[in-house]
Design a protein around this ligand. Sequence first.
Ligand SMILES: Cc1ncc(COP(=O)(O)O)c(C=O)c1O
Ligand SMILES: N[C@H](C=O)CCC(=O)O
Length: 420
Amino acid sequence: MRSSELFKEALELFPLGVNSPVRYYSPEPVMFAQGHGSKILDVNGKEYIDYSLGFGPMILGHANPDVSNHIKSQVDKGILFGSISENEIKLGKTIKNAVGSIERLRFTNSGTEATMHAIRLARGFTGKKYIVKMEGGYHGAHDYALIKSGSGTMTFGVPSSAGVPEEVSRTVLVGRYNDAESIEKLFKEHRNEIAAVITEPVLGNIGVINPENDFLNSLREITEKYSSLLIFDEVITGFRFGFKGYQDIAGIKPDLTTMGKIIGGGAPVGMFGGREDIMAHVAPQGDVYEAGTFSGNPLTMAAGIATLDQLKSKDYSAITNYAARLEEKLNSLISEYNIDATINRCHSMFQIFFNKNKVTDYKGATASDTEKFNKMFHTLLEKGIFFPPSQFETEFVSFAHSETDLESTVDAFSSVLKCL
Ligand SMILES: Cc1ncc(COP(=O)(O)O)c(C=O)c1O
Ligand SMILES: N[C@H](C=O)CCC(=O)O
């Protein structure tokens, strides 16, 4: 009851009661109060196994003691100085040492800011106007990203947002992920005018879609051929699969990389970085302006340092194996109940599409049965399993998920399939 009462108050304050669209689901979202390890608790005291993990950042689980202690200790020392502080250097060094393509970096306060500035930098550096993004690729909520976008924009049917001037949206060209020909075609049509291609190396905002057919390599080759930059948006994938980016797994060196989520340990963060000669164009060293009162703030940096310090010695195969075993068990239930569904997984992130065909792109993702997904989401919620509330998001596994969590999830899933 308390959750419903609170939501009524939220409705009087925020558009449809939420501060980010993806948090809303019908008839009303559950109001959460606490999180510990792999579990979150709602205001009524009900516990859920969490596969949303704050949409990705909480890879160590909720209220990780070391992260909490670092934050508390920084609170006692002051949380904002409006000047350079040691924590920025510590976290910056860790990221630079871990990700080979990042020679210089700048912290921002969100992934949205990171991609917005990376795009401006690519345009400032190359002197070219156009940007190529992927259909269903999500890079945050700024004007250059809200064109045929993923995540909440797809969930709520506004892949290209109102309010983005046509003059702006015309400078963003849309290609198809896993279809290098569609990208090369754009370059042929806009010869020498494309500043950069930006892509999530693994799509994570229309469910999970893995790169296929050497797609990422082709992007590297095409961008080099046309003297354009390659930007990997690793806001989700950075430090999720190992102590690096997905670029290391793919063996590709992008010119610029954006990160967020995990590098802030659950505190608001973003980062863009890459080749030194490109980053030299960022103000005050160069003429591409970028700024933020809270960028690199000591509190976020403390949470990030504590998170990456722990991740450095983690065996990532633990979370990959958990997700692989869960996938295997869910797949055998899907066969047993003869349901048209397919699971896409990349290491420790996965999504279930109610679609009998393999999903490799935007078209496949949107052809999935979202009503079934919503039914699954609500049944799981009732059974104490929290998935992100949309087909066009991603489930994540944390280092805090246990064997018991896995068994409970499989049991709950079995009940879901019975009533589909
Ligand atoms: C790949 C990707 N890029 C950018 C963003 C934007 O990050 P933020 O929500 O921190 O602004 C997100 C998630 O929101 C994301 O998944
Ligand atoms: N899919 C988004 C990020 O990855 C969800 C976060 C949000 O928009 O609130």
